[in-house]
Design a protein around this ligand. Structure first.
Ligand SMILES: CC(C)(COP(=O)(O)OP(=O)(O)OC[C@H]1O[C@@H](n2cnc3c(N)ncnc32)[C@H](O)[C@@H]1OP(=O)(O)O)[C@@H](O)C(=O)NCCC(=O)NCCS
Length: 168
């Protein structure tokens, strides 16, 4: 047994494990096709974390076009759609590492900024995002099915890449 973890790109054989981690960690759950659709959309930005060859976390992302949160120009934005680390493996830096890797991958797809929605009460996640340079842009009232508000958090890309790999 080692405490070390590694991060690699998702592959379709991982789907059952990722779906299971999502169910254990978050109330927002999705059919397999939703996960696979995001993988085919931006494969380099769908990552998994492993400890002792067992999947313990994932991040999946989408590249979207919209008006910049930092100006008025149209830009490509990297959207963190879902990220989770199994409870038993938290507070070891895995969440931070997999999010950083997801952000780098989205930069490679040309994202010049990032955004995400997170439950207002999810202090662990908000703190991880703040440490990675995200800040709360606004409150999305009643965003979740159970009525909880979300924070919309945004960050600028550190090393945006000129790329047009994903165009929608
Ligand atoms: C959000 C989430 C992915 C973070 O995962 P994680 O692996 O625990 O993240 P990290 O270990 O990188 O960081 C968590 C904390 O542990 C600390 N930490 C990191 N490495 C550490 C270490 N070796 N020893 C002690 N603490 C450590 C970090 O500094 C951070 O502290 P902070 O909260 O005071 O800033 C995880 O809590 C999770 O899966 N939550 C449920 C799903 C969820 O909420 N997803 C986000 C929805 S938007």
């Amino acid at each position: 047994m080692t405490e070390a973890y590694s991060i690699r790109q998702f592959n379709t054989d991982d789907i059952k494990h990722v779906v299971q981690i999502n169910k254990e960690c978050l109330p927002e759950n999705y059919p397999d096709q939703f996960f696979l659709g995001l993988y085919y959309h931006a494969p380099k930005a769908f990552l998994v974390a492993e400890v002792d060859s067992k999947l313990v976390g994932y991040i999946m992302c989408r590249i979207e076009r919209g008006i910049s949160s930092f100006g008025r120009l149209p830009v490509k934005k990297g959207h963190i759609v879902s990220v989770a680390v199994l409870h038993s493996q938290r507070h070891k830096g895995i969440g931070t590492a997999i999010i950083k890797a997801g952000l780098r991958a989205m930069e490679e797809y040309g994202a010049s900024e990032f955004f995400l929605e997170v439950r207002k009460g999810n202090e662990d996640a908000v703190s991880v995002y703040e440490n990675l340079g995200f800040s709360v842009r606004r409150v999305l009232r009643g965003y979740y099915r159970d009525g909880e508000d979300a924070y919309l958090m945004v960050a600028k890309a550190e090393n945006p890449v000129e790329a047009d790999i994903i165009d929608e």
